[in-house]
Write a protein that binds this ligand. Structure first.
Ligand code: SF4
Length: 333
């Protein structure tokens, strides 16, 4: 059976603020908030199509500030989802919410209804960046909520953004460091995208804000990916999902439907250039990479192969089943 989340978007429903970059209706592609019956319908579809698996499938409520929505409404959604947890069709329920909308009472409710994972939209750990983007919470809120979530035994997920208004490379790296300190189980990294009908779109128009280029975001996110990996934190998402209506609402920013692949390609390129280091230019080399990563190592449109050639190295990239992710071996031909 395939791993499948039943994903239900609760757009804007509980948001006390309007973040500078956010147009959740565009991101989720969902205009209406789901009701209890919609949850049942989505779960039934997953069950009937054989895509529900008690080992690893989850019912996920994304898109809004789940614990900030009207409590009666929140419980009605959870109750419907719990029916399918009790029948052992799914492993648990995942929700995403704001760091300032978590307290012991709310966590007790979530636990009672079978929630197992909580993701917090931290976005930045720099208070000035948070304020400039109307987040309405502080970095301390992220720390406190994360600790509470872990103490209550939930799996903790943290989301961060790069290239926010008022941020820069150093601040984004510092955010990643501070998130690592909170020992999350998972992380999602989203480069900032400027969408229509957002405050960021206005700032872009007035010239106050300059969007991160795709190259800048790829270089930075490749570094962040390695940082999290070295610290045992799984990065479960890198870049916004394609589909929904992002492409329609897109104005500027580092968006690419295969963003993670670009970042992983960048990691391989850096590793290859580092290993080739002071080796003789103009010679031929074989570079072994994990079998499953050959296309990432070659790069989109052979970008990496071309970069190696430009640096004076003629390389043949081959797969090796015994290498771990991002591990490479260089041999002279
Ligand atoms: S808290 Fe989340 S959903 Fe609400 S406005 Fe901000 S980014 Fe959008």
């Amino acid at each position: 059976m395939k791993h499948a989340n039943v994903a239900l978007f609760v757009p804007h429903a509980g948001c006390p603020y309007r973040c500078s970059f956010c147009n959740q209706r565009t991101i989720s592609g969902a205009l209406n908030s789901p009701v209890a019956q919609d949850v049942r319908k989505a779960c039934e579809i997953a069950v009937k199509s054989g895509n529900a698996n008690p080992e690893n499938s989850e019912i996920a409520f994304f898109g809004g500030s789940f614990t900030a929505i009207d409590e009666e409404y929140m419980i009605s959604l959870l109750e419907s989802a719990k029916e399918y947890i009790d029948k052992k069709y799914f492993k648990g329920i995942r929700i995403s919410t704001r760091p300032d909308c978590i307290d012991g009472r709310k966590l007790e409710i979530l636990k009672r209804y079978g929630v197992t994972s909580i993701e917090l939209g931290a976005q930045s750990m720099d208070n000035s960046v948070l304020a400039l983007n109307n987040r309405g919470h502080s970095a301390e809120d992220v720390v406190n909520a994360s600790r509470l979530i872990s103490e209550y035994g939930f799996s903790l997920g943290l989301q961060m953004m790069t290239g926010l208004f008022g941020s820069d490379r150093d601040k984004d790296i510092l955010t990643a460091r501070r998130l690592i300190d909170l020992k999350p189980d998972t992380v999602r990294i989203y480069p900032t995208i400027v969408l229509e009908n957002t405050e960021l779109a206005k700032r872009l128009e007035t010239g106050e804000y300059k969007a991160q280029s795709l190259d800048e975001a790829v270089e930075l996110c490749a570094l962040l990916l390695l940082m999290f990996r070295k610290n045992g934190v799984k990065v479960i998402r890198l870049g916004l999902h394609s589909g929904g209506s992002v492409e329609e609402g897109y104005i500027a920013g580092a968006y690419h439907p295969a963003f993670r692949e670009l970042c992983e390609g960048e990691i391989y390129l850096k590793q290859m250039l580092e290993c080739l280091g002071k080796k003789d230019r103009g010679r031929q080399y074989v570079i072994e990479v994990p079998q499953k990563s050959i296309s990432k190592a070659i790069g989109q449109s052979k970008r990496n192969e071309k970069a190696l050639k430009k640096a004076g190295f003629y390389c043949k990239i081959k797969g090796n089943d015994f290498l771990d992710d991002y591990e490479i071996k260089v041999k002279e031909l």
